[in-house]
Design a protein. Structure first.
Length: 254
């Protein structure tokens, strides 16, 4: 295979997933590590990717928006593992805020099974439905304008109520996180709620399966912060994990 063909293939791979490793590329193309490094250096010089230790990550790959009903079936086993890992950071009696979204719903689904006493603040109608029959979970639903595609409430009425409250922990589930572009999502209405949760919480947990790491969504929630804890799944490559850890971020693979 010629060098130009390899480079095209590498770009195509990065359109399908957020990262590639040097080892998988050398095995795929049956060439030396030095050859792959030269390919990656050239693609980086053209702004097509960003090299990291052991491979490369996509640059500016934009996540497409899918409604909540479509997302709940995507990467569900990974989201389940993330939810179980998140439970390790919740204690009995905690007051927590829980975002809307498919990953947050997975977490809501296990809370009633694992805790005897918990208060959950949310703007997600689906979360309240999941927890409504759990006598051990007290829910606070912040109302406002209803957003059908996300099955949640938003707007100034929702924000006003959130800002009157305080929680020990919040769990947000954005559409994308990356070192270059920060923590991001698709809808301004949701971003306003997520920012409000950050403001009222002592500790922030960011839930994102590995398909959302190293990619971009149109609107920024905030910059990545070393004070946040990031929980993802085992599909995140070692090389990418190392890049985030070296940048000072605590990333937990479930």
């Amino acid at each position: 295979m010629f060098a130009d063909e390899r480079k095209i293939k590498i770009e195509e791979m990065l359109k399908r997933k957020p990262s590639v490793t040097t080892s998988e590329l050398t095995e795929l193309f049956q060439v030396s590590v030095e050859t792959i490094r030269r390919d990656l250096e050239y693609l980086e010089s053209q702004g097509r990717l960003r090299r990291v230790h052991g491979g490369a990550v996509a640059v500016g790959r934009l996540q497409n928006y899918t409604s909540l009903s479509g997302r709940v079936v995507e990467h569900r086993p990974e989201k389940r593992k993330i939810a179980l890992a998140a439970c390790a950071y919740i204690q009995e009696g905690d007051y927590i805020a829980l975002d809307t979204g498919s990953t947050a719903l997975e977490l809501a689904g296990v809370l009633g099974e694992r805790f005897r006493e918990l208060t959950v603040l949310t703007h997600s109608l689906e979360t309240v439905k999941l927890l409504s029959e759990r006598e051990n979970i007290r829910t606070i639903l912040v109302g406002g304008f209803y957003l059908p595609e996300e099955k949640c409430f938003c707007g100034h009425l929702t924000l006003d109520m959130i800002r009157q409250l305080h929680v020990s922990k919040c769990f947000i589930a954005p559409s994308a996180i990356s070192l270059n572009f920060g923590i991001r999502d698709h809808m301004q209405e949701l971003i306003a709620i997520q920012r409000a949760f950050l403001e009222i919480s002592d500790q922030v947990y960011v839930l994102a399966d590995s398909s959302k790491v190293g990619v971009c969504a149109p609107l920024k929630i905030c910059e990545m912060s070393a004070s946040y804890r990031y929980i993802t799944d085992a599909g995140l490559p070692d090389e990418i994990l190392e890049t985030y850890v070296k940048a000072g971020f605590e990333v937990v693979r479930s």
